[in-house]
Design a binder for this molecule. Sequence first.
Ligand SMILES: [Zn+2]
Length: 148
Amino acid sequence: MKCPACGTPDSKVIDSRPVEEGNSIRRRRECKACQKRFNTFEIIETVQIIVVKKNGTKELFDRTKLLSGLLKACQKRPVSAEEIVGEIENEIQNSLTTEITTTEIGELVMKHLKMKDEVAYVRFASVYREFKDIETFLAELNQLKQQD
Ligand SMILES: [Zn+2]
């Protein structure tokens, strides 16, 4: 994306947000040479994300799988599982990686849930981290309380 002021092809993305429901995105960019900021509208070419599982096998990222895992955690909570899945997809796409491990996906989910809703977060975390005992689970709860 060439800078409209000096023509330098290098710019960094400082903000991106999807345009309504479509597959286009509005990006705020900053020129690496002259620091001029400008907006671009870009059509997202959705890159296929490969998920690397713990046993090393690979499969295509499946948003419905992630969504179904999140729906349980978000049940009767004021947080939309659909929205969180969207945010996570965006974050993976923006990071420009094409491969992600299941652990990294789990961490992303935890990060986003933690910001949105603590109950949903703890629900998800309790399943995801497979707490070995109640101690670990309570330690996690206490940590959340201390952040209030
Ligand atoms: Zn420039």
